[in-house]
Design a protein around this ligand. Sequence first.
Ligand SMILES: C[S@@+](CC[C@H](N)C(=O)[O-])C[C@H]1O[C@@H](n2cnc3c(N)ncnc32)[C@H](O)[C@@H]1O
Length: 231
Amino acid sequence: MKLPPLSNRLLACCGFVRPGDRVADVGCDHGYLGIHLLLTGAARSVLASDVNEQPLRCALRNARTYGVENKMTFCLSDGVRNIPRDFDTLVCAGMGADTMISILDAAPWLKSGDYRLILQCQSKRPELRRYLYDRGYAIRRETLAQDGKFLYPVMEVTFDPGHSLTPAQAYLSPALLESGSPLLPAFLDRVIGGLEKTVQGRSRAGGVDWEETRKILEDLKQIRVELGGCQ
Ligand SMILES: C[S@@+](CC[C@H](N)C(=O)[O-])C[C@H]1O[C@@H](n2cnc3c(N)ncnc32)[C@H](O)[C@@H]1O
């Protein structure tokens, strides 16, 4: 069986899909994730949606090429505004935190308890994690995928109010720490490196939340020491 070319990032998203899930891939672009899920039998059905017509046409063309167009539905939609709600798992991959947050904000019905979210966010991940916990979501599982020199966290999220994150956990969730991913030390090194630059910039500029950032950095460095391995 010929499968579509899928990055490790998207394969990690597929890894969180449960057998028999009805999946909604929001921001599907080429549609490869859904095609892969159908060809491998991981998903029962796939709704591929995108805010732009051109990617949706591309997804349909690819679905035809791989012979799964009859098992897929296609929907032009900004986020989940116009999509049918009869799915189990929402996948949202390859978007920044601002877009994901606006998609989730417009869909409080995702909090019914019927849905699981698989999120792979490209930017401002601490903001997304904070947003999720502030709105009653919790990260059940989180893992890392590597494509080339890039490391991508992928999270499985459910609505489960009453949990919170410390400031440092917004950068490294308990679920990601518990994942045991071999990529964790390298990921944490990058997070720490990024924060160190921020702290240096802020201490020069006299930023008001410098102390909090410094404390986050201390906590993450402590975790890094406990993880061991190269630094
Ligand atoms: C960078 S691509 C990622 C495609 C694929 N999910 C992946 O991870 O490889 C982002 C896609 O999201 C779509 N998109 C951006 N904002 C969106 C929104 N508000 N609702 C639905 N799709 C959106 C874009 O048109 C584009 O096809």
